[in-house]
Design a protein around this ligand. Structure first.
Ligand code: ANZ
Ligand code: ZN
Length: 858
């Protein structure tokens, strides 16, 4: 097979220049009548340049954009740079340069590489989050949320990474360690910080995941993070006092079995209710907990949200000397304090039901507290998962033993069962199933004002303060009393001063705090003021960038409402699942917040049940691995796309990456396989160079080629829509094999193949379109070919078509096609249509599976 003529470098340079000259990729946002917004997670422009993993992700998104365009949409496919943040800042410190100095050359390098790969980006609408023209509006977003009551400052326990020298968000803590410093335990520090009230939307953020068209694994991760618990809030009176203790429980059905209460060590009521005799024991216990090293792995410090203290840990706690009244039994129950109850979850207080909850059972066992059985277990095969007991349960006769042990208070049971010992004069749960008992208990509590059904979420407010330099300053000014005032919108941006020493000092204050000239300012009312010195979390920059793309150079507004309602929600968003609970949750919150502030109204899209959801569809792409392990810098197995593109061409690299495996699952990068794609594209090129002289009218193609072509059109279209690129490429290869061995080709075949190749190998397709198929306009202004459904059914038969009993043509139809369909197919056949045109049809005879005979007159 000769490679004569295929010079990827020349082809790619030619068409990239042509696209730029002709503005092929630029869309008129205001004029679009059939808009399609395809978005990919924009990159952080690192000094190392584009990673082949980025190329993998972007190619998959670019195929969507190019395909939709061929389907008649005006496609907006923007790109930008997420250049603020610790990552850039740490790198700058490492190489002893200023980040502001490094970013422009990194962006220039990324731009070169992205252009080289032939993505359909509209370069007129690109953004750089570190430019004042961009972050002016990031600060504006903050102010909108502030006005809507969604931004607040609070001094609470936050996650502090000593190596980062800053507070980080809950989402950036992985198993108690910093996501950037996997060996560094995150500390819990009391610091004044700014928060976004994401918890206000917890219910909505969770519920929308039930219908939104996103990758399942992304939705699952987000649901887990939001962490809805369905249960009830119950109020307990404190004996002899006016205070009430409210608990959150997922098991209101077990209220009759609540034999004590436990409060978190830092529960605010603790100082009030502890009895004189127990005050010092309580305070000693609290001190002992505080002094323990902050740790989230079974230690006794306060854990970040989501981290449960290890189950096998021996329980500690002390009696407060106070008693509460169980509202169901009317009995007095002791109130304890223990660190297995966390202040940051629910209400920071629990009703302890040792017969139903293993942690409570362990605690009751250790401190000799009463256990009251309130459930008759339904013991199944999985009994062991639901049991915890004082003694070792014998496995032989366990099933029988369990029920007896639970009723004797020798074991706790968390599995299914029937309520027992659960009645008072007003409410009777006995004999009910767990769910029935929950509902009845909630109804009773509500009727008595003692509680209500309620859901609790693990999600906590988003801490956005960073005590670092490389981010947009939070637009707040303090007066001399320390009250916060928003910076007036017409004074934005609050520019980041060009600090030479931007290293964090680790004192809990940002580097801007060492810049008194910058801090000193004036309040709108003329009083002296002091600027906030924290900068905003990098995730805020990326939480609204898809809005800014639409108005990238608009000095008057963050985004144009008309464009927002025309283009949003984004039709297809593609990115990595590592952002499931960070970026993807924050963006959803930001849109809900901006909508609440009256600052955002998106358009309507089919199937969208919430007007503030920014992404109609989201698909998480897979990961690229190399020899079995994830490609990453630390493993030293990162592949540089420059060398590969230079050697084989961007089209080959694009197509190779898409051919590695299912796009949504990822694939293994093996360098040697790239030659297979290179040879394929060469053969395609040669075929076009040789074929046109063989072209015949469509009707004269052999049937097997026709069927193959129509099946391929159907398959490639639906595969692209399902992001199944590897199978689409296989289908193109098969079609090409069949076509190149065929005696003849037709115009429709040659054009269809070029169009179908175009999303994958845009440069070569453009070359073919112009040089061999003779067009003067872009292949991307062509129309995706239509397939004939009758030709694509799997089980087909070939029928002879006769006109006045003479065979004139052959058609392929579905074996099960009915007479009407067969007749229609016969009449529509190009040859037959010509033969019978202008004649009277007397009769049509269909012999199933064999022939059609059309009798005509005249
Ligand atoms: C009584 C009860 C009886 C409970 C029973 C469980 C089983 P999830 O599913 O994680 O939401 N709880 C509530 N707040 C807590 C806190 N701040 N720290 C530690 N534990 C807390 O768990 C909810 C259950 O965990 C609640 O339901 C409560 O114990 C406990 F047979 O209440 B339960
Ligand atoms: Zn860190």
């Amino acid at each position: 097979m000769s490679e004569v003529g295929y010079d990827p470098k020349a082809v790619e340079e030619r068409w990239q220049a042509w696209w730029e000259e002709n503005g092929t990729n630029n869309v008129d946002l205001h004029a679009a009548t059939n808009p399609y917004y395809v978005l990919m997670m924009f990159p952080y422009p690192s000094a190392e340049g584009l990673h082949v993993g980025n190329v993998f992700a972007f190619t998959g998104a670019d195929i969507q954009g190019r395909y939709r365009r061929l389907r008649g949409h005006q496609v907006f496919e923007p790109i930008g740079f997420d250049a603020f943040g610790i990552h850039s800042e740490n790198f700058a410190m490492k190489v002893n340069r200023h980040p502001a100095e490094l970013i422009p050359s990194n962006i220039a390098n990324f731009t070169r590489q992205l252009t080289m790969m032939g993505f359909m980006f509209d370069w007129n609408k690109t953004v750089d989050t570190t430019s004042p023209e961009y972050y002016k509006w990031t600060q504006w977003v903050f102010l909108q949320l502030y006005k809507a009551g969604l931004a607040y400052r609070d001094t609470k326990e936050v996650n502090y990474c000593p190596d980062c020298g800053t507070v980080i968000s809950d989402e950036q803590v992985i198993d108690g360690k910093c996501e950037r410093h996997p060996n560094t335990l995150v500390q819990r520090r009391m610091l004044p910080c700014w928060f976004f009230r994401i918890t206000e939307f917890a219910d909505r953020l969770d519920k929308n995941l039930d219908w939104i068209d996103w990758s399942e694994r992304t939705k699952l991760a987000q649901k887990g993070w939001i962490g809805r618990s369905t249960g009830a809030e119950v109020h307990f009176a404190v004996a002899g006092r006016s205070e009430k203790i409210t608990v959150f429980t997922t098991r209101p059905d077990t209220l009759f079995g609540a034999t004590f209460m436990v409060l978190a060590p830092d529960h605010p009521l603790m100082d009030v209710i502890a009895s004189e005799g127990q005050k010092s024991a309580v305070s000693d216990y609290r001190t002992s907990i505080k002094s323990q090293k902050p740790n989230t792995e079974g230690g006794t410090g306060v854990s970040p949200v989501g981290a449960e203290p290890a189950a096998d840990k021996t329980k500690t706690g002390v009696f407060t000397g106070a008693y509460a009244i169980n509202p169901a039994t009317g009995g007095q129950i002791p109130i304890w304090i223990a660190d297995y109850v966390l202040m940051g979850y629910g209400t920071g207080a629990i009703m302890a039901v040792p017969s139903g909850d293993h942690r409570d059972f362990e605690f009751a066992t250790k401190f000799d507290l009463p256990v009251q059985c309130i459930i008759e277990p339904i013991v199944g095969e999985d009994w062991i998962e639901h049991t915890s007991s004082l003694e070792t349960v014998p496995t032989s006769d366990a099933k029988d033993a369990i029920a007896a042990w639970v009723s004797a208070g020798r074991a706790a049971w968390s599995g299914p069962g029937t309520a027992v010992n659960s009645a008072n004069a007003e409410v009777d749960l006995n004999g009910l199933s767990m769910d029935e008992a929950k509902a009845r208990m909630c109804a009773w509590l509500e009727s008595k004002g003692l509680g209500r059904a309620k859901d609790t979420f693990r999600l906590r407010d988003w801490g956005i303060s960073r005590q670092r330099y490389w981010g947009p300053p939070i637009p707040i000014i303090y007066d001399e009393e320390g009250n916060a005032h928003p910076v007036p919108e017409d004074q934005l941006p609050v520019e980041l001063p060009p600090l030479l020493d931007f290293r964090p000092k680790g004192d809990g204050r940002g580097p801007l705090a060492n810049c008194p000239e910058w801090m000193a300012t004036t309040l709108p009312d003329g009083r002296p003021g002091r600027r906030e010195t924290d900068v905003m979390d990098n995730f805020l920059d990326s939480a609204w960038y898809y809005l800014r793309y639409l108005s990238a150079h608009d000095d008057e507004q963050a985004y144009d409402p008309e464009l927002v309602s025309r283009w949003l929600p984004v039709d297809m968003y593609i990115g990595g699942n590592e952002h499931a609970v960070l970026h993807l949750l924050y963006t959803r919150f930001i849109c809900m917040g901006l909508e609440k502030a009256g600052a955002l109204t998106m358009g309507k899209k089919e199937g969208m049940q919430d007007s503030a959801e920014p992404f109609h569809k989201f698909r998480a792409h897979g990961l690229l691995v190399r020899e079995g392990s994830k490609m990453s810098k630390s493993k030293g197995n990162v592949v540089n796309p420059d060398a590969l593109a230079a050697e084989h061409g961007a089209d080959t690299l694009r197509m190779y990456l898409m051919f590695l495996g299912p796009y949504l699952q990822g694939g293994d990068f093996r360098d040697r396989d790239i030659m297979g794609i290179r040879r394929f594209l060469s053969r395609v090129h040669t075929w076009y160079a040789d074929s046109p002289q063989l072209a015949v009218p469509d009707g004269e193609l052999s049937n097997s080629v026709v069927v193959k072509l129509h099946k391929t059109i159907r398959k490639v279209g639906s595969d692209i829509e399902n992001l199944s690129y590897n199978t689409a490429i296989s289908a193109l290869m098969e079609l090409h094999n069949e076509a190149k061995n065929a005696e003849h080709v037709s115009k429709f075949l040659c054009e269809s193949f070029a169009i179908m190749l175009a999303p994958f190998a845009p440069h070569l397709a453009e070359e073919i379109w112009h040089t061999y198929l003779g067009y003067k306009t872009s292949v991307f202004d062509a129309e995706w070919p239509d397939f004939d459904p009758a030709l694509t059914v799997e089980d087909t038969v070939e029928l002879a078509v006769q006109v006045n009993s003479k065979v004139r043509s052959r058609i392929v139809v579905a074996r099960e096609a009915n007479e009407v369909a067969v007749r229609e197919a016969a009449m529509n056949d190009a040859t037959i249509a010509e033969q019978i045109s202008g004649k009277d049809i007397v009769r049509v005879v269909v012999v199933p599976g064999r022939l059609v005979n059309i009798i005509v007159k005249g």
